[in-house]
Design a protein. Structure first.
Length: 397
Protein backbone atom coordinates (compact mmCIF):
# COMPACT_ATOMS: atom_id res chain seq x y z
CA UNK A 1 0.00 0.00 0.00
CA UNK A 2 2.83 2.41 0.79
CA UNK A 3 4.35 1.70 -2.60
CA UNK A 4 1.06 2.56 -4.33
CA UNK A 5 0.83 5.88 -2.53
CA UNK A 6 4.41 6.72 -3.48
CA UNK A 7 3.78 5.90 -7.15
CA UNK A 8 0.69 8.04 -7.20
CA UNK A 9 2.69 10.84 -5.67
CA UNK A 10 5.05 10.56 -8.65
CA UNK A 11 2.17 11.23 -11.04
CA UNK A 12 1.16 14.21 -8.93
CA UNK A 13 4.73 15.51 -8.85
CA UNK A 14 4.91 15.29 -12.63
CA UNK A 15 1.67 17.21 -13.11
CA UNK A 16 2.73 19.79 -10.55
CA UNK A 17 6.16 20.13 -12.13
CA UNK A 18 4.71 20.57 -15.60
CA UNK A 19 2.35 23.19 -14.18
CA UNK A 20 5.18 25.17 -12.57
CA UNK A 21 7.14 24.99 -15.82
CA UNK A 22 4.06 26.36 -17.58
CA UNK A 23 3.75 29.16 -15.03
CA UNK A 24 7.37 30.18 -15.60
CA UNK A 25 6.94 29.92 -19.37
CA UNK A 26 3.92 32.21 -19.64
CA UNK A 27 5.27 34.71 -17.08
CA UNK A 28 8.60 35.24 -18.84
CA UNK A 29 8.25 35.81 -22.59
CA UNK A 30 11.07 37.52 -24.42
CA UNK A 31 8.69 40.30 -25.40
CA UNK A 32 5.15 40.96 -24.18
CA UNK A 33 4.44 42.40 -27.63
CA UNK A 34 5.19 39.09 -29.37
CA UNK A 35 3.36 36.14 -27.79
CA UNK A 36 1.59 33.25 -29.50
CA UNK A 37 -2.17 33.29 -28.83
CA UNK A 38 -2.25 30.06 -26.75
CA UNK A 39 0.40 31.59 -24.45
CA UNK A 40 -1.76 34.65 -23.76
CA UNK A 41 -4.52 34.94 -21.18
CA UNK A 42 -8.06 35.40 -22.43
CA UNK A 43 -8.84 39.15 -22.20
CA UNK A 44 -11.71 38.64 -19.72
CA UNK A 45 -14.13 35.88 -20.75
CA UNK A 46 -12.91 32.55 -22.09
CA UNK A 47 -10.07 30.15 -21.40
CA UNK A 48 -6.78 29.61 -23.20
CA UNK A 49 -4.15 26.97 -22.30
CA UNK A 50 -2.40 29.71 -20.31
CA UNK A 51 -5.54 30.22 -18.21
CA UNK A 52 -5.36 26.56 -17.15
CA UNK A 53 -1.94 26.81 -15.54
CA UNK A 54 -2.89 28.48 -12.25
CA UNK A 55 -5.97 26.31 -11.49
CA UNK A 56 -3.88 23.24 -12.29
CA UNK A 57 -1.54 24.19 -9.44
CA UNK A 58 -4.39 24.82 -6.98
CA UNK A 59 -5.88 21.49 -8.02
CA UNK A 60 -2.54 19.82 -7.25
CA UNK A 61 -2.56 21.53 -3.86
CA UNK A 62 -5.89 19.88 -3.11
CA UNK A 63 -4.76 16.43 -4.28
CA UNK A 64 -1.60 16.68 -2.17
CA UNK A 65 -3.70 17.67 0.85
CA UNK A 66 -5.67 14.43 0.56
CA UNK A 67 -2.42 12.48 0.89
CA UNK A 68 -0.47 14.61 3.36
CA UNK A 69 -3.35 15.02 5.81
CA UNK A 70 -4.18 11.31 5.88
CA UNK A 71 -1.85 11.06 8.89
CA UNK A 72 -4.24 13.37 10.76
CA UNK A 73 -7.13 11.01 10.06
CA UNK A 74 -8.56 13.35 7.41
CA UNK A 75 -10.02 15.40 10.25
CA UNK A 76 -9.78 18.92 11.55
CA UNK A 77 -7.84 18.96 14.81
CA UNK A 78 -5.19 21.02 16.56
CA UNK A 79 -2.30 19.51 14.60
CA UNK A 80 -3.88 19.79 11.15
CA UNK A 81 -5.16 23.31 11.87
CA UNK A 82 -1.73 24.44 13.02
CA UNK A 83 -0.10 23.06 9.89
CA UNK A 84 -2.65 24.73 7.61
CA UNK A 85 -2.30 28.13 9.25
CA UNK A 86 1.49 28.01 9.56
CA UNK A 87 2.10 26.96 5.96
CA UNK A 88 -0.52 29.35 4.62
CA UNK A 89 1.08 32.29 6.44
CA UNK A 90 4.56 31.35 5.21
CA UNK A 91 3.45 31.08 1.57
CA UNK A 92 1.59 34.40 1.82
CA UNK A 93 4.63 36.16 3.29
CA UNK A 94 6.93 34.70 0.64
CA UNK A 95 4.54 35.98 -2.03
CA UNK A 96 4.47 39.43 -0.46
CA UNK A 97 8.26 39.38 -0.21
CA UNK A 98 8.46 38.49 -3.91
CA UNK A 99 6.28 41.52 -4.69
CA UNK A 100 8.63 43.69 -2.62
CA UNK A 101 11.90 42.30 -4.00
CA UNK A 102 14.51 43.79 -4.32
CA UNK A 103 13.08 45.79 -1.41
CA UNK A 104 13.77 49.23 -2.85
CA UNK A 105 12.42 51.31 -5.76
CA UNK A 106 14.02 50.16 -9.03
CA UNK A 107 12.68 53.14 -10.99
CA UNK A 108 13.00 56.09 -8.60
CA UNK A 109 11.86 59.56 -9.57
CA UNK A 110 14.75 62.05 -9.83
CA UNK A 111 12.39 64.74 -8.52
CA UNK A 112 11.99 62.99 -5.16
CA UNK A 113 14.46 62.33 -2.38
CA UNK A 114 15.55 58.80 -1.46
CA UNK A 115 13.15 58.71 1.48
CA UNK A 116 10.27 60.10 -0.59
CA UNK A 117 10.89 57.51 -3.32
CA UNK A 118 10.85 54.74 -0.72
CA UNK A 119 7.60 55.99 0.84
CA UNK A 120 5.99 56.31 -2.61
CA UNK A 121 7.11 52.75 -3.45
CA UNK A 122 5.57 51.38 -0.23
CA UNK A 123 2.36 53.32 -0.89
CA UNK A 124 2.03 51.60 -4.29
CA UNK A 125 3.08 48.08 -3.30
CA UNK A 126 0.74 45.35 -4.57
CA UNK A 127 -0.48 43.16 -1.70
CA UNK A 128 -1.99 40.19 -3.53
CA UNK A 129 -0.38 37.87 -6.06
CA UNK A 130 -0.15 34.26 -7.20
CA UNK A 131 1.46 32.89 -4.03
CA UNK A 132 -0.91 34.91 -1.85
CA UNK A 133 -3.89 33.39 -3.69
CA UNK A 134 -2.40 29.91 -3.27
CA UNK A 135 -1.88 30.52 0.46
CA UNK A 136 -5.41 31.77 1.13
CA UNK A 137 -7.05 29.02 -0.95
CA UNK A 138 -4.85 26.42 0.74
CA UNK A 139 -6.03 27.54 4.17
CA UNK A 140 -9.73 27.95 3.34
CA UNK A 141 -9.92 24.87 1.11
CA UNK A 142 -7.94 22.80 3.62
CA UNK A 143 -10.16 23.77 6.55
CA UNK A 144 -13.31 23.01 4.57
CA UNK A 145 -11.99 19.67 3.29
CA UNK A 146 -10.91 18.44 6.73
CA UNK A 147 -14.15 19.69 8.29
CA UNK A 148 -16.39 18.08 5.65
CA UNK A 149 -14.29 14.85 5.52
CA UNK A 150 -16.44 12.58 3.32
CA UNK A 151 -16.48 12.75 -0.50
CA UNK A 152 -20.21 13.56 -0.65
CA UNK A 153 -19.89 16.42 1.81
CA UNK A 154 -16.82 17.73 -0.03
CA UNK A 155 -18.80 17.83 -3.28
CA UNK A 156 -21.51 19.69 -1.41
CA UNK A 157 -18.88 22.12 -0.13
CA UNK A 158 -17.58 22.59 -3.69
CA UNK A 159 -21.08 23.43 -4.89
CA UNK A 160 -21.63 25.75 -1.91
CA UNK A 161 -18.49 27.88 -2.36
CA UNK A 162 -18.92 28.25 -6.13
CA UNK A 163 -22.62 29.14 -5.79
CA UNK A 164 -21.83 31.58 -2.98
CA UNK A 165 -19.21 33.27 -5.14
CA UNK A 166 -21.71 33.53 -8.02
CA UNK A 167 -24.37 34.95 -5.70
CA UNK A 168 -22.04 37.67 -4.40
CA UNK A 169 -21.05 38.63 -7.94
CA UNK A 170 -24.67 38.70 -9.14
CA UNK A 171 -26.26 40.45 -6.15
CA UNK A 172 -23.64 43.16 -5.61
CA UNK A 173 -22.49 43.74 -9.18
CA UNK A 174 -23.21 47.03 -10.92
CA UNK A 175 -23.34 48.62 -14.34
CA UNK A 176 -22.58 47.75 -17.10
CA UNK A 177 -22.96 44.20 -15.77
CA UNK A 178 -22.10 42.07 -12.75
CA UNK A 179 -19.56 39.96 -14.72
CA UNK A 180 -17.83 42.85 -16.51
CA UNK A 181 -14.50 44.45 -15.67
CA UNK A 182 -16.14 47.74 -14.70
CA UNK A 183 -19.21 46.35 -12.94
CA UNK A 184 -17.96 43.36 -10.92
CA UNK A 185 -17.89 43.61 -7.13
CA UNK A 186 -14.62 41.67 -6.75
CA UNK A 187 -12.39 44.57 -7.70
CA UNK A 188 -14.40 47.02 -5.59
CA UNK A 189 -13.91 44.84 -2.49
CA UNK A 190 -10.13 44.90 -2.87
CA UNK A 191 -10.04 48.65 -3.49
CA UNK A 192 -12.24 49.25 -0.43
CA UNK A 193 -10.02 47.09 1.80
CA UNK A 194 -6.56 47.98 0.49
CA UNK A 195 -6.90 51.15 -1.55
CA UNK A 196 -6.49 51.32 -5.30
CA UNK A 197 -2.71 51.86 -5.08
CA UNK A 198 -2.20 48.40 -3.59
CA UNK A 199 -4.02 46.36 -6.26
CA UNK A 200 -3.17 45.32 -9.80
CA UNK A 201 -3.60 47.92 -12.58
CA UNK A 202 -2.88 45.77 -15.63
CA UNK A 203 -6.49 45.89 -16.83
CA UNK A 204 -6.47 49.68 -17.11
CA UNK A 205 -8.44 50.17 -13.91
CA UNK A 206 -7.77 49.00 -10.33
CA UNK A 207 -8.69 45.30 -10.39
CA UNK A 208 -6.74 42.42 -8.88
CA UNK A 209 -7.21 38.99 -10.55
CA UNK A 210 -5.81 37.43 -7.36
CA UNK A 211 -8.11 39.43 -5.11
CA UNK A 212 -10.01 38.41 -1.99
CA UNK A 213 -13.40 37.37 -3.39
CA UNK A 214 -11.83 34.83 -5.75
CA UNK A 215 -10.41 32.99 -2.73
CA UNK A 216 -13.92 31.61 -2.11
CA UNK A 217 -14.21 29.96 -5.52
CA UNK A 218 -10.47 29.22 -5.55
CA UNK A 219 -11.05 27.12 -2.44
CA UNK A 220 -13.48 25.19 -4.64
CA UNK A 221 -10.58 24.22 -6.92
CA UNK A 222 -8.70 22.95 -3.85
CA UNK A 223 -11.79 21.00 -2.74
CA UNK A 224 -12.07 19.41 -6.18
CA UNK A 225 -8.43 18.35 -5.95
CA UNK A 226 -8.99 16.97 -2.45
CA UNK A 227 -12.00 14.98 -3.69
CA UNK A 228 -9.87 13.49 -6.50
CA UNK A 229 -7.05 12.74 -4.06
CA UNK A 230 -9.44 10.78 -1.87
CA UNK A 231 -10.75 8.94 -4.90
CA UNK A 232 -7.21 7.86 -5.85
CA UNK A 233 -6.35 6.82 -2.29
CA UNK A 234 -9.43 4.66 -1.91
CA UNK A 235 -9.23 2.90 -5.31
CA UNK A 236 -7.06 -0.22 -5.12
CA UNK A 237 -6.63 -0.94 -8.84
CA UNK A 238 -4.69 1.74 -10.67
CA UNK A 239 -6.48 1.19 -13.96
CA UNK A 240 -9.82 1.59 -12.18
CA UNK A 241 -8.62 4.90 -10.73
CA UNK A 242 -7.74 6.08 -14.23
CA UNK A 243 -11.21 5.16 -15.51
CA UNK A 244 -12.87 7.00 -12.62
CA UNK A 245 -10.73 10.06 -13.20
CA UNK A 246 -11.50 10.24 -16.91
CA UNK A 247 -15.22 9.89 -16.22
CA UNK A 248 -15.09 12.60 -13.55
CA UNK A 249 -13.07 14.85 -15.89
CA UNK A 250 -15.69 14.60 -18.63
CA UNK A 251 -18.47 15.35 -16.14
CA UNK A 252 -16.65 18.45 -14.87
CA UNK A 253 -15.92 19.67 -18.39
CA UNK A 254 -19.55 19.18 -19.40
CA UNK A 255 -20.95 20.88 -16.31
CA UNK A 256 -18.49 23.77 -16.70
CA UNK A 257 -19.53 24.35 -20.31
CA UNK A 258 -23.24 24.17 -19.49
CA UNK A 259 -22.90 26.48 -16.50
CA UNK A 260 -20.99 28.99 -18.63
CA UNK A 261 -24.28 29.76 -20.42
CA UNK A 262 -25.32 31.69 -17.29
CA UNK A 263 -21.97 32.20 -15.53
CA UNK A 264 -19.13 33.01 -17.96
CA UNK A 265 -15.83 31.16 -17.75
CA UNK A 266 -13.51 33.87 -16.45
CA UNK A 267 -10.08 33.46 -14.85
CA UNK A 268 -9.90 37.05 -13.52
CA UNK A 269 -13.15 36.46 -11.60
CA UNK A 270 -12.40 32.73 -10.99
CA UNK A 271 -16.04 31.86 -11.65
CA UNK A 272 -17.60 28.52 -10.70
CA UNK A 273 -17.85 27.49 -14.36
CA UNK A 274 -14.11 28.16 -14.65
CA UNK A 275 -13.47 25.99 -11.57
CA UNK A 276 -15.24 23.02 -13.17
CA UNK A 277 -13.91 23.57 -16.68
CA UNK A 278 -10.25 23.99 -15.63
CA UNK A 279 -10.65 21.25 -13.03
CA UNK A 280 -11.89 18.86 -15.70
CA UNK A 281 -8.73 19.35 -17.73
CA UNK A 282 -6.57 18.98 -14.60
CA UNK A 283 -8.25 15.68 -13.71
CA UNK A 284 -7.76 14.43 -17.26
CA UNK A 285 -4.05 15.27 -17.19
CA UNK A 286 -3.61 13.58 -13.82
CA UNK A 287 -5.32 10.46 -15.19
CA UNK A 288 -2.97 10.56 -18.18
CA UNK A 289 0.12 10.64 -15.95
CA UNK A 290 -1.17 7.94 -13.59
CA UNK A 291 -1.80 5.69 -16.59
CA UNK A 292 1.63 6.14 -18.15
CA UNK A 293 3.65 6.31 -14.92
CA UNK A 294 1.79 3.95 -12.55
CA UNK A 295 0.09 1.55 -14.93
CA UNK A 296 2.63 1.43 -17.79
CA UNK A 297 5.72 2.25 -15.73
CA UNK A 298 6.93 4.98 -18.12
CA UNK A 299 8.37 7.29 -15.48
CA UNK A 300 11.77 8.02 -17.04
CA UNK A 301 10.61 10.50 -19.75
CA UNK A 302 8.85 12.57 -17.08
CA UNK A 303 11.76 12.80 -14.59
CA UNK A 304 12.51 16.50 -15.35
CA UNK A 305 8.91 17.41 -14.51
CA UNK A 306 9.03 15.14 -11.46
CA UNK A 307 12.12 16.99 -10.24
CA UNK A 308 10.42 20.34 -10.79
CA UNK A 309 7.31 19.09 -8.99
CA UNK A 310 9.25 18.10 -5.89
CA UNK A 311 10.37 21.72 -5.37
CA UNK A 312 7.54 23.68 -7.02
CA UNK A 313 7.36 26.79 -4.85
CA UNK A 314 11.15 27.09 -4.75
CA UNK A 315 11.31 26.98 -8.56
CA UNK A 316 8.50 29.53 -8.92
CA UNK A 317 9.99 31.94 -6.37
CA UNK A 318 13.50 31.68 -7.82
CA UNK A 319 12.12 32.33 -11.30
CA UNK A 320 10.48 35.50 -10.01
CA UNK A 321 13.64 36.62 -8.22
CA UNK A 322 15.95 35.99 -11.17
CA UNK A 323 13.53 37.64 -13.60
CA UNK A 324 13.56 40.78 -11.44
CA UNK A 325 17.32 40.73 -10.91
CA UNK A 326 18.18 40.50 -14.61
CA UNK A 327 15.19 42.47 -15.80
CA UNK A 328 15.07 45.38 -13.35
CA UNK A 329 18.09 45.40 -11.05
CA UNK A 330 21.06 44.69 -13.35
CA UNK A 331 21.11 47.40 -16.01
CA UNK A 332 23.75 49.31 -17.88
CA UNK A 333 23.80 52.46 -19.95
CA UNK A 334 25.07 52.73 -23.51
CA UNK A 335 25.14 55.26 -26.33
CA UNK A 336 23.02 54.74 -29.44
CA UNK A 337 22.17 56.67 -32.58
CA UNK A 338 18.65 58.12 -32.58
CA UNK A 339 16.37 58.54 -35.61
CA UNK A 340 17.64 62.09 -36.21
CA UNK A 341 21.27 60.96 -36.19
CA UNK A 342 22.22 62.26 -32.74
CA UNK A 343 23.79 60.16 -30.00
CA UNK A 344 21.49 59.41 -27.07
CA UNK A 345 21.99 57.52 -23.82
CA UNK A 346 19.86 54.38 -23.40
CA UNK A 347 19.46 51.75 -20.70
CA UNK A 348 19.38 47.99 -21.26
CA UNK A 349 18.70 45.13 -18.84
CA UNK A 350 20.47 41.79 -18.88
CA UNK A 351 17.34 40.03 -20.12
CA UNK A 352 16.90 42.66 -22.81
CA UNK A 353 20.46 42.04 -23.98
CA UNK A 354 19.96 38.27 -24.12
CA UNK A 355 16.67 38.58 -25.97
CA UNK A 356 18.02 41.04 -28.51
CA UNK A 357 21.38 39.40 -29.18
CA UNK A 358 20.61 35.69 -28.78
CA UNK A 359 16.94 35.36 -29.73
CA UNK A 360 16.06 38.18 -32.09
CA UNK A 361 19.34 37.73 -33.97
CA UNK A 362 18.30 34.16 -34.84
CA UNK A 363 14.52 34.38 -35.35
CA UNK A 364 13.88 38.10 -35.74
CA UNK A 365 11.72 40.24 -33.49
CA UNK A 366 8.70 37.93 -33.51
CA UNK A 367 6.80 35.29 -31.53
CA UNK A 368 9.41 32.59 -32.20
CA UNK A 369 12.19 34.65 -30.60
CA UNK A 370 9.96 35.46 -27.64
CA UNK A 371 9.11 31.79 -27.16
CA UNK A 372 12.75 30.73 -27.45
CA UNK A 373 13.67 33.14 -24.66
CA UNK A 374 10.89 31.74 -22.45
CA UNK A 375 11.98 28.16 -23.12
CA UNK A 376 15.59 28.97 -22.20
CA UNK A 377 14.32 30.55 -19.00
CA UNK A 378 12.31 27.40 -18.16
CA UNK A 379 15.28 25.16 -18.98
CA UNK A 380 17.41 26.98 -16.40
CA UNK A 381 15.01 26.05 -13.61
CA UNK A 382 14.49 22.51 -14.87
CA UNK A 383 18.26 22.02 -14.62
CA UNK A 384 18.25 23.61 -11.17
CA UNK A 385 15.42 21.29 -10.09
CA UNK A 386 17.27 18.27 -11.50
CA UNK A 387 20.36 19.16 -9.47
CA UNK A 388 18.28 19.33 -6.28
CA UNK A 389 16.53 16.07 -7.21
CA UNK A 390 19.81 14.20 -7.69
CA UNK A 391 21.03 15.44 -4.32
CA UNK A 392 17.65 14.48 -2.79
CA UNK A 393 17.08 18.03 -1.56
CA UNK A 394 13.47 19.09 -1.05
CA UNK A 395 12.88 22.68 0.05
CA UNK A 396 9.57 22.99 1.89
CA UNK A 397 7.74 25.87 3.51
Amino acid sequence: MNQTKTQRYVALDVLRGMTVAGMILVNNPGSWSHIFKPLQHAPWIGCTPTDLVFPFFLFCVGVALAFSFAKYGDSLNASSSKKLIKRGCLIFLVGLGLNMFPFYPTSPSPELTCGQNYVYWLQHLRIFGVLQRIALCYVLGGFLALWLKTPKKILFGLAAVTLLHWAVLWIFGGEPGWSTLEGNISGKIDVALLGENHVYHGYGIPFDPEGLLGVISGAGTVLLGYFIGQMIRHTEQKINAVAKLYTTALICLGLGCIWSIWLPISKPLWTGSYVLYAGGWAIMMLAFFIYFIDVKGKEKPFVPFKAMGMNPLFAFVMAGVIAKVFGRVIKWKYMAVSDDGTMVEKTMSATGWFYKNCCVSIFGNNEYASLMYALVFVAIFVLMAMALYRKKIIIKL
